[in-house]
Design a protein around this ligand. Structure first.
Ligand code: UDP
Length: 195
């Protein structure tokens, strides 16, 4: 797999189309898949937080460059990345895939009124999606308990928008449990998607 290292984080050097092909292939094979769309803030946090850096270096199956700052850093060190691949673009594309294939989707994150609006939008615009969970991001459970609740719904896709590094920590638990789902942290995407 072609990689570009930026400040200790290994980015997968694929175009958006190449990423999509890999994701579809893993989805078709029911493989447990963790995707991190890493922006400069995530890279800077990893630099300061060895535990988070270790998570990024060991658990995700894919790390995309979500930010022009990462793409520029690759260019400056003469190891250019093919393109910027953002969490929001991937999220909206995954929603279309889930709609067409009638997949089971679990969403966790954002404020209660935001996740409610997301739920309504999915019912209206993505009727093919089987929404198995729409949990706001201000739950009291610890991450392990939340992960178990998500796993019990047998999702094909999980999107977590509870801020980083928490969303990555939550997904890494399910990835280590080998949950056969495609899982991605999506930051503020629910807020944008609902609006
Ligand atoms: N969020 C959440 N629970 C929290 C903190 C944040 O669900 O305890 C949500 C927040 O409502 C927003 C998303 O996480 O929808 C991203 O939040 P923020 O912009 O603070 O994080 P970042 O994009 O920097 O990861």
């Amino acid at each position: 797999m072609p990689k570009v290292n930026v400040l200790g984080v290994d980015f997968d050097n694929y175009s958006l189309e190449e990423f999509k092909n890999q994701f579809i292939s893993r989805l078709n094979n029911h493989l447990s898949t963790m995707i991190v769309t890493a922006n400069p803030e995530i890279v800077m946090l990893a630099k300061q937080d060895p535990k988070f850096m270790k998570l990024l270096q060991t658990t995700p199956d894919f790390i995309t460059a979500d930010g022009i700052g990462v793409v520029l850093a690759g260019k400056m060190q003469k190891t250019p990345l093919k393109e910027r691949v953002t969490g929001y673009d991937l999220f909206t594309w995954f929603m279309q895939v889930a709609n067409l294939r009638h997949l089971r989707v679990y969403l966790v994150g954002a404020k209660p009124e935001v996740i409610k609006a997301v739920k309504e939008k999915i019912a209206k615009d993505y009727p093919g999606i089987v929404l198995v969970g729409a949990q706001d991001g201000y739950f009291k459970d610890d991450l392990k308990t939340m992960a178990q609740k998500i796993e019990a719904t047998k999702p094909d896709m999980v999107f977590a928008a509870v801020g980083f590094p928490r969303q990555e920590q939550l997904i890494s638990i399910m990835r280590k449990d080998n949950l056969p789902a495609l899982m991605m942290g999506v930051g503020g995407s629910f807020d944008v998607f609902s609006g």
